[in-house]
Each structure stands twice: as C-alpha cells, then as structure tokens.
Design a protein around this ligand. Sequence first.
Ligand SMILES: [Zn+2]
Length: 385
Amino acid sequence: MIILKGEFNLEERTENILRKLINTNTTNPPGNEIDAIRTILSFFPKEVDYEIIDHGDNRGSLLMEIKGKDEEKIGFIGHLDTVPVSDKSSWIYPPFDGVIEEGYMYGRGTSDMKGGVTAMILTALYFIENNITPPHTLKFVFTADEESGGIGVQALRNKGLLEDIAKVFIAEPSDEKIGICEKGALWLNIYVKGKSAHGSKPELGINAIEKLYEYINRLKDIIDLDESHSLLGEPSFAITLIHGGVKTNIIPEEANASVDIRTIPGFDHDEILRKAFSIGKSMEEENIGMSMEIQVENNRPPLTMDEEDVFIKDIIKTYEKLFYPVEFKGINFYTDASQLIPFHNIPFVILGPGEENMCHQRNERIKIESIIRMTKFYISYITNS
Ligand SMILES: [Zn+2]
C-alpha cells in the first residue's frame, strides 16, 4: 500500500531512519536538537519546504510543510530531545547504537519519541517521493526541549507559527491507541523560614520543618484526590524533595520541599494555586515571624477531547478501515499538547507508535512494526480526510 521510492523497502527504511535518529544523541540537557534536524533534513530532497527556528546553543525546532489541495492544515508534532541515560552499562545494548533484536530496536528515545518522529518523516516522504498532493496541507513540527521546559513549542507558539494548524496529532507513544486526554502536572516548591531555638526550648522558636509538614497536609486536603477519570484514573499528590534542619537538638530555621501534583480533567490549576497561596498567607498570619514562599516550577493543565468530535470520529473510521482495534487511551504524562491546546483551542489527539511504559526506561525499545502501522494510519487518515 505504501510505496516509497529508493532502494529500501519500508521496513529497512524505517530501521535506517530510526537508527540514524538514535545515533544522533539529543539527551536533554543539553539537547543539541540542531544535530537531529540535520539528520532529518538528510532524508529529504533539498527542495522540501522547511524552516529552522534557532533557540541558540545548538538547539532548535524544525517546521516542514507539504502543500495540499486546500489551505487547511493538519499538524503533526514530535519532540527531538530525549531524557538522559543514567546507567549506560546496565543496558543490554548500548543506548545510542540502535541495535535490533526480534523486531524491536533498542535505544534511548526509540519509544519516546524518535519512533513517532520516524513515522512523521515516513509520512512526509510518502507524499513527496510519490508526488502526491494531499487533500489538506501538512505541517510537520519537530520540537526541542519537550522533556524539560518546553522552549521549542513555546518559541513556535510565541512567534505565531502554530496558529494556522487546524487539528493536530501528537505522535507520542500511545500503545497504538487513540489518546484523547492527558493528565496535568503542577509542581510546587515550598520554602519555609522559621526561627531557630535550642532543642530544649522549642517554644522560643518556629520549627520550619513542622510548619512545612503542616502546610503540605493542608495543601493536600484541598485537592480532591478521591475523584477518578475513566481513562486516567485518580489524581496524585507526591512529596518528591525535602530538605531542612541542621542538628538533632536545634529547632530548624529553614525547610523546603517540592510536591508533584498530577491532575485529571475537571481540575483547575488556577484554583489550586489560589488556595496554595492563601494557605501560605494564613499560616504566616498564624505564626508571626515565619515566612513562606511558594514557587511554581511547572504548570501544565489536564486536557481532554470530546469523543464525539468529528476529528476523533474520522480517526475511528480510519482505524476501522485498517482493521486496527479501536480503543481510547488516557496519557498519564504531559506532552507538547499542554503547551499548545490551552493557547490554540484546536482538536488534538495523542497517537503514535511505541509503548507508554517504555518512556524514560532502561532498555527502552520499540517494535519496528508499530512505526509502520502508525505510518500507514497517518497516510490513510490524510488521504481520506
Ligand atoms: Zn515524549
């Protein structure tokens, strides 16, 4: 069904593209996404319509367009960076070699998400090499820094370069399912400054650790952790960092902690933040001499799509045509969608090759067949849209 020109068959070609992307180390930090952009451009004829957005320090994002019969743009977003490898020696294959065994390629970023990026590249190549004009214009967006602060998608958004996209595929690993929602993330850093005192006279001080503990409990109480979402399950609240104290017999003057709150659709981060600040303020009033600072490290809202939306209905139709099992999925991690949808309210789906469970794991791998199946889906969706 898909014939790509050149000497490779689709399987060999998929392996070849993915391996070159895995060989191009884009561990973030430092990212070096410009190296991956060079690798991507090497697969395309030089006439292809592209633009590189330079973020400095060898970092950048790439936009590529294929003109369709009309102006309506279908977007595909994939990030180029990967999380670091902390235990290289314990991998069964070196994480940047792209070794294949029994249909799987191993390597950092295979599932998250150079497999998805490979499917995007193959989709673009299909239309270019076969000289097929798609019904709608295609916009492929390859971003930097998704795994950290999201500088790539933010820069593109701020320059207005994503405004023309009418609907968007986020090609993150979704187990080949139709990802219609994702969890939100709210990371807070809490600093407490109390008053030190001798351990034998705690009443003369303000115990920063105990106040921090109290604050965290009060914060946790205002978040409805018992709610549940049919695809995403329950929200969560985790204390992930804690520091404080100097000695057993000294009432601690300073303490700080970080919490990682994950939310489900229906949760309003602004509301949680308002309450988080107001608890801090009340505690300062209750404890004269104590100060409290709350910093927002990361704030990405939960997202959801209506199952009845035409975009989702059309995706289902294409799945049925290809005899793929139709199953919805909720994505537990946040994606570039969280930096896009709240600003441009367009239909979106998180749908790409690879397994969500493989993300950030040792011995990360992807089934080559999964990339081919998702490429066939993208091409089929575009052709019939
Ligand atoms: Zn990812």
